[in-house]
Design a protein around this ligand. Structure first.
Ligand code: ASP
Length: 326
């Protein structure tokens, strides 16, 4: 008798598990939002052929992430895959296309954060890691630290089997010429960074950001991109954010966390929170740049106070768009 009851119970358990996983599949929502930097990006200054190249690369990055999410894959894999596409392209100021420091080096920063666990990883000032976002992910998952810098971060990445390249890999003529141009004018250029935020069918939000920093930066300057709460933040209860812009302002105003905090403490929507921080707080002090973000209900923000921001999103609702100008 006892065995019969147990058998019936296990059949019922089997049916209920299967039904609930079917429901997860049916109701499953996922989405991804990316950026390739904000700045003085105006149509008149970019040839049509280059606009097409940017659009194609943003579409390719969205595809790389969405293909993972639609199969029920994890948001962290989607974020890393999308950022790899942008890091491997010379078009954006991250990985291959990183800008030069004043001393003619490429010093990259990246970070990633998991909104479920609030775990995070970051690297700063790395010169030989092909995909800094993967180094950030490895720091998050395989170390007890949040941020590693310079040679130590490179050694850690090498020890964990990441692709290490010769420093000359990051040379691109365009970035070299812009350094010479900027040195002549003694100015700083603040555009380019890449970022991605994704939510998977389990409602887990992950945000990541990767950058070469600012052209002509000196003395080991570190921007907002590797700083959790400034350039990157994720919390399943609120949203995930990746930022781009004049890093010093994003650090001082803890931009990414501020948006999450407005949602958490004041109950405002993602869009409204991003608008308050980017278009009111930052704008009033001339802090230029923007953010992308997503929450578990697939609300998306792509908010910036500059003339343009390379950006795009795709969701399980079938919504998809790639944009550059205002
Ligand atoms: N936020 C980056 C930094 O300050 C630059 C950028 O977004 O282009 O390093």
């Amino acid at each position: 008798m006892r065995i019969v009851v147990l058998n019936i119970l296990s059949v019922l358990l089997f049916i209920s598990c299967n039904t609930s996983s079917d429901n997860v599949e049916k109701d499953s929502k996922y989405g991804i939002v990316i950026h390739g930097g904000a700045g003085n990006i105006v149509k008149e200054n970019i040839p049509d052929s280059l606009i097409a190249e940017y659009n194609n690369k943003l579409e390719e990055a969205l595809d790389a992430g969405i293909v993972i999410l639609e199969k029920g894959g994890k948001s962290i894999d989607a974020v890393e895959a999308a950022i790899h596409i942008l890091e491997d392209s010379p078009l954006f100021n991250a990985g291959k296309g990183s800008v030069f420091t004043h001393d003619g080096l490429n010093e990259m920063d990246a970070s990633i954060m998991d909104g479920k666990t609030l775990n995070a990883g970051a690297v700063s000032g790395v010169q030989t890691i092909k995909n800094p976002i993967s180094a950030a992910r490895t720091v998050m998952i395989r170390s007890e630290h949040v941020m590693l810098s310079g040679r130590g971060a490179e050694k850690f990445a090498e020890d964990h089997g990441l692709i290490i390249v010769d420093k000359t890999y990051f040379y691109t003529r365009k970035r070299w010429e812009s350094l010479q141009h900027i040195i002549e004018k003694q100015k700083k250029d603040k555009y380019g960074t890449v970022g991605c935020v994704a939510v998977d069918i389990h409602g887990n939000i992950v945000a990541g950001t990767s950058t070469g920093g600012m052209t002509n930066k000196r003395y080991g300057r570190v921007g907002d991109s590797p700083i959790i709460g400034a350039g990157t933040y994720a919390n399943n209860n609120t949203c995930g954010i990746s930022a781009t812009g004049h890093g010093e302002y994003f650090i001082r105003y803890t931009v990414a966390h501020d948006i999450s905090a407005l949602m958490e403490y004041k109950g405002v929507s993602l869009k409204e929170a991003a608008d308050i921080v980017i278009n009111q707080k930052l704008k009033s002090v001339n802090g230029s740049g923007g953010v992308i973000g997503i929450d578990k209900d697939l609300n998306i923000c792509m908010t910036f106070n500059t003339p343009g921001m390379f950006r795009g999103y795709a969701t399980s609702n079938g919504d998809r768009q790639v944009l550059i100008f205002k």
